[in-house]
Design a protein around this ligand. Structure first.
Ligand code: BG6
Length: 482
């Protein structure tokens, strides 16, 4: 374990859901495991006029709720909370940054990490105010939460404004999917095992499915979500990042530039979807009322802070294609949705049939990489059933990762990513050109939906999504893996 680096961690949006539900519990875990310097200062910044002690109590309530009971230790909490402070300020007011600078004092060799857990519209003003107040020194690091902007143009404007204040090496654009254990395992599976490499390509792979299905609705985030929708909230970032890891070439080195150079090549090789293809290769949906786990839930347009006549999509399915030598002609189906019947994030690599069928009833090999809720990798193999005759049946080779490493605590994505920021490792963060390349592919689809007034297809909460998403695959003789 490397020696913890002395640093200050400042969280803009310190009273928001992300800070309270994810960032503080992650920092608590890191502190508990001795990964943060004992003198670290964690300073939450927000507008509410809270006293330090009131914030510490708020933080404690949330951490107790998020951290597993056996990991919550009262002594550690007392020490951790002594490192936790609150500074009320308005991130839109330049003068408040002057106050903040005086409160922080000289960095004196400390690394200062500024985590912007705020709306993206505040990213550029915060960076500009930091510069004026002298807070943007060359040791500072800035962490930006997704989504970076609302479109290619707004993302470029944000990147430009951030780039005017910070060097690219100081900027950490977070996509928490890259911090998930199983997502990184995808790289281990592909690049530390020789087995799949020769067949991980066109000619052997029939198609790929990448699905992130949620049972949750929009919870308390209706205001944000109704302006974003599933395309901006999930596809532009999490799903395209998963796609990059599935499809990229092996980098020469496992380092920030090596990995990100390969990912960006995939984003740039995505075939544009525009014109008639928007109608033929994409499906957008919106959930209606239904039942999740036996409980009645309301339709999307009755959720808090959502317009009653909203046409925001809560579901997207897309048939994508990567135009390069490895993947030409292989459909890559992406799917994500809220309020679906089952929570499951998975990647399915569907292989083709053997070239010449000798036995009846043979199915194809299928590799399923289950990211959540279980972490497992299973490979469907065809085997002979016992008895006379060559009757075949599929059997799974099943690797249960949680069981294989049952003695080790599973890190939350934000723990790993926050530690990477402290240590200055940007391998698992998105580079500017990656974010822009992802928007460049997504924008024409969003525009196509608008131009053709493509209203979202309704689906009942608790179902498998709109019928049209199933038809997308069925027309081609395929079906979604459930
Ligand atoms: C977030 C989205 O980035 O990811 C949410 O804004 C979504 O809408 C969440 O629910 C899903 O993350 P996870 O880790 O629960 O799969």
């Amino acid at each position: 374990m490397t020696r913890p680096i002395p640093c200050d961690i400042l969280v803009f949006g310190g009273t928001g859901d992300l800070a309270l539900h994810k960032l503080l519990p992650a920092l608590y875990h890191l502190y508990h495991e001795g990964r943060l310097h004992p003198e670290v200062r964690i300073i939450a910044l927000a507008r509410s006029p809270l006293a330090r002690q009131a914030y510490q109590l708020l933080a404690e309530r949330h951490c107790r709720a998020q951290v597993a009971q056996h990991d919550f230790d009262v002594d550690t909490w007392t020490r951790f909370s002594a490192r936790l402070d609150y500074f009320p300020m308005d991130a839109g007011q330049s003068a408040d940054f002057g106050r903040l600078a005086r409160y922080l004092g000289e960095p004196g060799g400390l690394t200062r990490i500024y985590y912007l857990a705020t709306a993206p519209t505040l990213f550029a003003p915060i960076a500009a105010h930091m510069k004026v107040a002298g807070l943007a020194d060359s040791e500072a690091r800035i962490v930006l939460e997704k989504p970076i902007g609302h479109s290619l143009e707004s993302a470029k404007a944000i990147n430009e404004a951030i780039g005017a204040v910070f060097e690219e090496s100081q900027v950490f654009r977070i996509d928490h999917y890259l911090g998930k254990e199983t997502v990184q395992n995808l790289m281990a599976l592909r690049f530390a095992n020789a087995l799949f490499e020769p067949i991980w390509r066109t000619g052997y792979v029939d198609h790929v499915q990448i699905s992130v299905c949620e049972t949750l609705g929009v919870e308390n985030r209706g205001g944000y979500y109704d302006r974003a929708g599933a395309m901006r909230d999930m596809v532009q970032n999490h799903l395209l990042q998963l796609l990059c890891l599935v499809a990229m070439e092996a980098p020469a080195h496992f380092d920030a530039e090596g990995v990100r150079d390969e990912k960006v090549k995939i984003l740039k090789a995505l075939k544009p979807i525009n014109g008639q293809d928007v109608q033929d290769k994409t499906v957008r949906g919106q959930y209606g009322a239904g039942k999740i786990g036996g409980q009645e839930v309301p339709a999307y347009y009755f959720e808090k802070n959502v317009d009653n006549d909203s046409d925001t999509e809560t579901f997207v399915a897309i048939q994508a294609e990567i135009a390069n030598w490895r993947w030409a002609g292989v459909p890559i189906y992406l799917r994500t949705g809220k309020r679906l019947g089952k929570k499951s994030s998975q990647i399915v690599i569907q292989f083709k049939h053997v070239p010449h069928l000798l036995f009846e009833g043979g199915q194809t090999n299928q590799l399923v990489i289950q990211l959540q809720p279980d972490e497992r990798i299973s490979l469907r193999m065809m085997t002979k059933t016992p008895g006379k005759g060559m009757h075949l049946a599929p059997v799974e080779l099943d690797l249960n990762l949680a069981q294989a490493f049952s003695q080790t605590r599973r890190w939350e994505a934000y723990e790993r990513l926050l530690l990477d920021v402290v240590e200055g490792d940007s391998t698992l963060f998105m580079r500017r050109d990656e974010v822009e390349a992802a928007w460049a592919w997504v924008d024409p689809i969003l525009n196509g939906w608008q131009e053709h007034f493509q209203a979202p297809r309704p689906y009942p909460a608790g179902s498998h999504g709109p019928d049209q998403a199933h038809a997308l695959l069925e027309h081609q003789g395929r079906k979604w893996h459930l």
